[in-house]
Ligand binder design. Sequence first.
Ligand SMILES: Nc1ncnc2c1ncn2[C@@H]1O[C@H](COP(=O)(O)OP(=O)(O)OP(=O)(O)O)[C@@H](O)[C@H]1O
Length: 367
Amino acid sequence: MTLAVSGLVRRFGDTTALDGVSLALGEGEFVAVLGPSGSGKSTLLRALAGLEGADAGEIRIAGRDMAGIPARERQIGVVFQNYALFRHMTVFENVAFGLRVRPRAARPARAELARQVRELLALVQIPELERRYPDQISGGQRQRVALARALAISPRLLLLDEPFGALDALVRREVRRWLRGLHDRLGLTTLLVTHDQEEAMELADRVAVMERGRLVQFDAPPALLAAPASPFVAGFIGHATRLEGKVQDGVLRFGTLPLPALRVALPDGRATAYLRPREVVALPGAGGAMVQLVRATAEGELRLVVQASGLALDAVLGEAAPGWPARGAPCRLHVVAAQVFAADGTRALGQPSAPAPVACRAGTEGV
Ligand SMILES: Nc1ncnc2c1ncn2[C@@H]1O[C@H](COP(=O)(O)OP(=O)(O)OP(=O)(O)O)[C@@H](O)[C@H]1O
């Protein structure tokens, strides 16, 4: 089922929650809407679901204009962060509710309803839980019940608003991979609202980045990283550090910061560079910087925070050496690449003049 939104505007008093949002989803696509708090993600999803009106713009689902079509007639499955399961109803009854709210003509008779509920519970892999109440099952299982209930109306379009918010990191990862598989298997079109970059980048075919009510970039994850459309996207995606510099004769320098100059195809003048943690490599030895913190990531890699001219920079380890890295140890920095924006917003890739040392992928053993 295709979804096409054009020029959607939603105001709340002085706040413009949606400021002319246009986007189109193809059949079977999985799209994540990513943005900071208050950027309009939930408002967009609620408008699509028919739970929120719009001041201007158009929403088309499978080519049909949704103006004036109430939520229950849109054939959209919706799952919110808090799942909103009915606590006094069993898992079976919660899912059956999804079938009972269907328009009268599509409502199944009793025996058929029970069959369909069991089929849905099997689909979300919790057939054994039908007699339990929501507070007798885990968060991940509640999430599956909410999804089964949303799928009960046989939606072709699924809208998910921070559906993994209440789950711990491990369960969250497992449930989201499973959800992506389900999306593919059922041939759904899915729009997922999240503020979790990792989630968006891992799950989605394309990511819609929102900033203050506007859709600022809509691209596949690799394109967002390789060609951010604006300084905001460059800073937001990949937790980049923002540094001011000056370009002269195609060379970007960072003033007193102990960072090597970068070659960049931009005109002379001020420029802003965005450096992701993986793009700054720390090597042992005097070089104007110092290791402030050594930490291990959940994936078992080491990450550093280095101090350079009063600035704290995220970096990766460039070399494994005895006693290195240690807190307080001197180090020198190498930059692998950086997204650089001129004052007029033109973007170019900053690259080192000397070849980059390969970032050491040493694990945490032996530290
Ligand atoms: N019912 C409402 N009344 C007034 N203002 C609202 C209402 N709903 C949303 N807003 C405002 O609209 C803006 C966008 O809100 P929205 O909930 O869509 O953001 P969001 O990106 O989903 O944020 P979060 O990640 O924090 O959930 C915010 O400034 C918010 O305060």
